[in-house]
Design a protein around this ligand. Sequence first.
Ligand SMILES: NC(=O)c1ccc[n+]([C@@H]2O[C@H](COP(=O)([O-])OP(=O)(O)OC[C@H]3O[C@@H](n4cnc5c(N)ncnc54)[C@H](O)[C@@H]3O)[C@@H](O)[C@H]2O)c1
Length: 344
Amino acid sequence: MKVSIIGGGGLVGSMAAYALQFGRSASHICIIDANKDLAQGVALDLLQGSCLVADQRITAGTMDDVSSSNVIVITAGLRRKPDESRLDLINRNVDLFLNLLEQAKSAGLKENSYLVVVSNPVDVLTYLATKRSGLDPKRVMGLGTVLDTARFRSHLAKRLAVPPTQVQALLLGEHGDSMVPIWSSATVAGLPLEQWPGCNPQLLKDAFEETKTAGSTMIKLKGGSGFAVGVSIAEVVQSIILDSRKILPVSSLQNGLYGVHDVALSVPTEVGCGGVRKVIELALTPKERVGIQQSGKLLRDIIDQVEARIGLGNSLPLNASSTINPSSTAKNLPRSAWQPSRKY
Ligand SMILES: NC(=O)c1ccc[n+]([C@@H]2O[C@H](COP(=O)([O-])OP(=O)(O)OC[C@H]3O[C@@H](n4cnc5c(N)ncnc54)[C@H](O)[C@@H]3O)[C@@H](O)[C@H]2O)c1
């Protein structure tokens, strides 16, 4: 399977490529970046170690490679500035992202490709991709809270002095400040986390806080996330290409699960051949359920603002004409004038 990474010259994209190289399951890793030298440099660097890792084709490409790609990962984006919230990035990144989507469609994006959105604000961009890529929404997913969940598990493990792979703890909802810790199902080696020796409310609060601020901490310390986000992306991509059917908190278009409608956010999702194979709703505590709904409301508000600026777009299937026409925007119209009200 060919995996192309648009933005692959950057920190996140290059780390994803490195993780995919060690994953050894993609047959071809293609690095695409607006900065062509950077794309070539990353591809060459990976290629030079390939004889010690795996027999994969590793190339620097252009948008033309989209037509022959099975999985397209989008990491192209503008980085969050220190103390800037992910959602504040929206206007700067939406236009860049929509432009990339149009380029991918013009380059011949295939109906049976998968799109994995990583650029921030990831839930908003994932929603726009489901509406505007022309792909079946099941084949479009965002990294969502996969990275946050990995950080959460690792931070909890460190504080409890247990092996990180034995901690299971989920974060759902928005990849952002409203993410929701699912304490009700958290375990260490299959045993309830809250009963683990040494565990106490302050430790849990601190581990969650450390997770929530991890993105900003990474930006301050080293310019941004790299290794952890790279392995998180590889986890999602490999679950698709190997049809592993892992249950991962990827972001996808929601139609009623946990009472959330018409936004993309993270819920437990079976990821495999076909993309989003199943989304899973289990009984959560009322606080957890309300937290996910609040993430949904927050994201819906942002999407409303975005769509008021750029227009509703359309969801024509691939190969149909689907250009974004700024003159057809719903600018200045109240939402109620063009969209039925939604319940959360
Ligand atoms: N979803 C998550 O969990 C998560 C985690 C970390 C970072 N991110 C996001 O990932 C994105 C990338 O972060 P980064 O640290 O790698 O930034 P970066 O600046 O290192 O890399 C971005 C790359 O995108 C390229 N690019 C820009 N416009 C392009 C275009 N039109 N076509 C092709 N390439 C283009 C740039 O040349 C650059 O190499 C950001 O939006 C960041 O917020 C998401």
